[in-house]
Design a protein around this ligand. Structure first.
Ligand code: GDP
Length: 273
């Protein structure tokens, strides 16, 4: 099972992964946790940072937490995360969670490598919807409102109702699955089992309809293209003749002496494409 998890900083991703991961190892699963954001986009992406973020899971023999990558571009980190996911699966980890803080392009990268994309939200109805990024919600297989505990329960329910209404006006990306909206508490554990049962229900439905296999096929092909494009770009930037030409062309285009179309034509000729 490949599970993508996104949420704003402070939404409770670490607490949720710790709670859900421990729940799953309790059921006999082996759980791997990977992060796709280079640590510059998150707080304290060191080994110690990740271990203290998920204290219970970090000491669980049936869990593996890969430290957040210390550097690299999103593209590079995403490629490595994908490869690490495959290695983890080969090593017997049957649930892989890939976490992202959901800023910029990283959520698409995670949705493109997982079977189920969980979007975490916070209680606090009304104004929340303004921050609701349509792009992220469109990727969601489920929206889960965290921190539904103590004084927050009612606000969490209100937020959930708002998200349900918002989802109603979007066309679901699958004909067989309408993304549910749940409330839960990562801190108390209330709702964690229900959250997982939705992931399982999704898997069952998507397997039966053939959509899971189709999603993975499309992901493989997309991955191939991503790698190919990266290779081509690397080639473009490493060839000395092309590099010199690129520099010249950039200056000429910026100065308005050369049309971008012509510049591309000249560079393409050098590359023989
Ligand atoms: P992340 O930045 O998304 O990884 O968020 P964290 O897991 O670090 O949580 C941010 C803060 O919210 C921490 O102080 C947590 O203790 C708190 N928190 C996380 N989950 C819950 C919850 O279910 N209920 C409450 N009341 N607080 C929570």
């Amino acid at each position: 099972m490949r599970l993508g998890i996104t949420g704003a900083p402070g939404a409770g991703k670490s607490t949720t992964i710790d709670a859900l991961g421990s729940y799953l190892t309790g059921l006999g699963h082996k759980v791997a946790v990977l992060a796709v954001d280079p640590s510059s986009t998150r707080t304290g992406g060191s080994i110690l940072g990740d271990k203290t973020r998920m204290a219970r899971l970090a000491s669980d023999p049936n869990a593996f937490i890969r430290p957040s990558p210390a550097s690299g571009t999103l593209g590079g980190v995403a490629a490595k995360t994908r490869e690490t996911m495959l290695v983890c699966e080969a090593a017997g980890y049957d649930v892989v969670m890939v976490e992202t803080v959901g800023i910029g392009q990283s959520e698409t990268a995670v949705a493109d490598m997982t079977d189920f994309f969980l979007v975490m939200m916070l209680p606090g109805a009304g104004d929340e919807l303004q921050g609701l990024k349509k792009g992220i919600v469109e990727l969601a297989d489920m929206i889960a409102v965290n921190k539904a505990d103590g004084d927050n329960i009612q606000r969490a329910n209100l937020a959930a109702a708002d998200y349900r209404a918002a989802l109603n006006i979007l066309t679901p990306h699958s004909a067989t699955w309408s993304p549910p909206v749940l409330t839960y508490s990562a801190q108390t554990g209330t709702g964690i089992a229900q959250l997982w049962s939705q992931v399982l229900a999704h898997k069952e439905k998507m397997t039966a309809s053939g959509e899971l296999a189709a999603r993975r096929r499309e992901q493989q092909v997309k991955w191939m293209w991503t790698m190919l494009e990266e290779r081509l770009t690397a080639r473009l930037r490493s060839d000395p003749a092309v590099r010199a030409k690129l520099k010249q062309a950039e200056t000429a285009v910026a100065a308005g002496r050369l049309a971008p179309t012509l510049a591309v034509e000249e560079i393409a000729q050098l590359l023989g494409v």
